[in-house]
Write a protein that binds this ligand. Structure first.
Ligand code: GLA
Length: 498
């Protein structure tokens, strides 16, 4: 009996051990944009043990654990991302000279199946680390004296962005009135990248047949064009990054007529430590200066390594302070109200960036989007719309184009607002404006309407003039304060002059 129960296990182990997975394997998946997504499995089998590495998109895992299972080998890949460990699960088996792979991408979802073929050893290996430059100060480029305003493709379109949608967005930026309200940058996020040509020049993929022509089109509308890349070999969506081509790519973008770069850490995590981030961003800061075109430099590394302390040194005009926003009240408010400690780091030319706007994408109600717009304006945050500008409802237009609120965001003094009362419940924030005026925001974070009062004594004295920036009406400032009923997840935003 004992022998019979052990037999199947014995046979399985024998089959796995007989196979030899040693080699360099590639899964090549052609994408509709003309690029090919390649995942490499560089494996060494030693009896029942597998070692090696797996390179997939922006990630490079070392095989940390392997076990013989009835279906072949179960493999755990692990990598360090800053001080956080990331893991990935695979199952591999040899079938007729091919490597059949199951990949678990998300918990509670069935694994994806793919097939890898043998490829030359060394193909897809992670490149050697290029030494980082010594730290120095990159001179300020003179741009973004007020927080940048524009549109970015990621929140709404992700990988579906293409030439036609970017042109459509430029048209709509003008026809909707967004341009007149101050929005100027049309920013293409990840997934525009093609392969490198024989000279190592970056190209755009099939979705963007002619970047220079697109830039000309956008410029012809009186707007500016932005682009996206990563200091790593791969971007977050797995496309070609700038690694080893930093100066060359900056020149290419300048020649295309690019005006704004969002530079996303992503694949750089496999090469550099967080301690090297500043030097890595400095390298592109220098490259942009040397490319000889004014290009707004937007750092995207999710607020790691206290970027606000060194963002200006590397020539950065703005730096992300958080991981990605989502179109939900929870995500927006956690990010927005979590910015309280960074007030001192914002100044003309250099801004904290709590990520792009979700206004108009449908996951929040209008009160919540008013909170989003008000809070970002109190934070002197970049106002980068992330919705489809071609199909905005009147209410969404009113929110994104509320000029009195935009004027708070764009106040020339460039001082970020701060929370004055209290943390956790309904909150009151104050922002000092040029000429001695103030913006006061009363945020009701609760899910019931609430009466909120601001006492003049708590915000620097009785105002001469008081204006409600969402109802566009002057308000009587007599008495020792102002009280209003604020809707659930709502806001009142006031401008006061003394
Ligand atoms: C990261 C960034 C996002 C977006 C995507 C694109 O997640 O934080 O804003 O640029 O990459 O892949």
């Amino acid at each position: 009996m004992q022998f019979l129960r052990l037999l199947p296990l014995y046979l399985i182990a024998a089959a796995a051990l007989a196979a030899d997975l040693t080699g360099n394997w590639v899964v090549a998946q052609p994408l509709s944009d003309g690029t090919t997504r390649r995942t490499y499995f560089n494996l060494k089998q030693d009896g029942g043990k597998i070692t090696g590495g797996i390179r997939t998109g922006q990630f490079y895992y070392k095989v940390a654990e392997s076990n013989v299972v009835p279906e072949g080998f179960a493999i755990t890949g692990a990598m360090m991302d800053g001080n956080q460990e990331r893991k990935a699960q695979y199952q591999v088996k040899l079938v007729g000279g091919e490597l059949h792979i199951l990949t678990w991408r998300r918990a509670n979802q069935p694994p994806a199946e793919s097939v890898a073929h043998r490829t030359a050893s060394g193909q897809g290996a992670m490149p050697a680390k290029i030494p980082v430059p010594a730290l120095r100060q990159v001179p300020y480029n003179g741009l973004a004296k007020t927080p940048p305003m524009g549109w970015n493709s990621w929140n709404k379109f992700a990988s579906r962005v293409d030439d036609a949608s970017v042109r459509g967005m430029a048209d709509a930026m003008v026809s909707s009135g967004m341009k007149d309200a101050g929005y100027v940058y049309i920013n293409i996020d990840d997934t525009w990248e093609g392969e490198r040509d024989a000279n190592g020049n970056i190209t755009s993929n099939k979705k963007f047949p002619d970047m220079k022509a697109l830039a000309d089109y956008v410029h012809g509308k009186g707007l500016k064009l932005g682009i996206y890349s990563s200091p790593g070999p791969n971007t977050c969506a797995g496309y070609e990054g700038t690694y080893g081509h930093e100066a060359q790519d900056a020149k290419t973008w300048a020649a295309w007529g690019i005006d704004y770069l969002k530079y996303d850490w992503c694949g750089a995590r496999n090469i550099y430590t967080d301690d090297e981030m500043q030097a890595v961003y400095q390298k592109m800061g220098d490259a942009l200066r040397e490319a000889g075109r004014p290009i707004v430099y937007s750092l995207c590394q999710y607020g790691r390594a206290d970027v606000w302390k060194w963002g200006p040194e590397v020539g950065g005009n703005l730096w992300r302070t958080t991981y990605d926003i989502h179109d939900s009240w929870d995500s927006m408010m956690k990010i927005g109200f979590g910015q309280g400690g960074l007030t001192q780091y914002a100044a003309p030319g250099h801004w904290n960036d709590p990520d792009m706007l979700e206004i108009g994408n449908g996951g929040m109600n209008e009160n919540e989007y008013r909170v989003h717009m008000s809070l970002w304006s109190m934070l002197a945050a970049p106002l980068i719309a992330g919705n489809d500008l071609r199909t905005m409802t009147p209410a969404i237009k009113d929110i994104l184009m509320n000029r009195e609120v935009i004027a708070i965001d764009q106040d020339p003094a460039g001082k970020q607002g701060r929370r004055v009362w209290p943390d956790g419940g309904p909150e009151i924030w104050v922002r000092e404006l040029a000429g001695g005026a103030h913006a006061i925001a009363l945020f009701n974070n609760a899910s019931e309407p609430a009466e909120m009062t601001v006492k003049w004594a708590e915000v620097g004295g009785t105002p001469k003039h008081l204006r409600d920036l969402w109802s566009h009406a002057d308000v009587n400032a007599a008495g020792d304060g102002w009280m209003a009923e604020i809707p659930a997840h709502g806001v009142a935003l006031l401008r006061v002059s003394k």
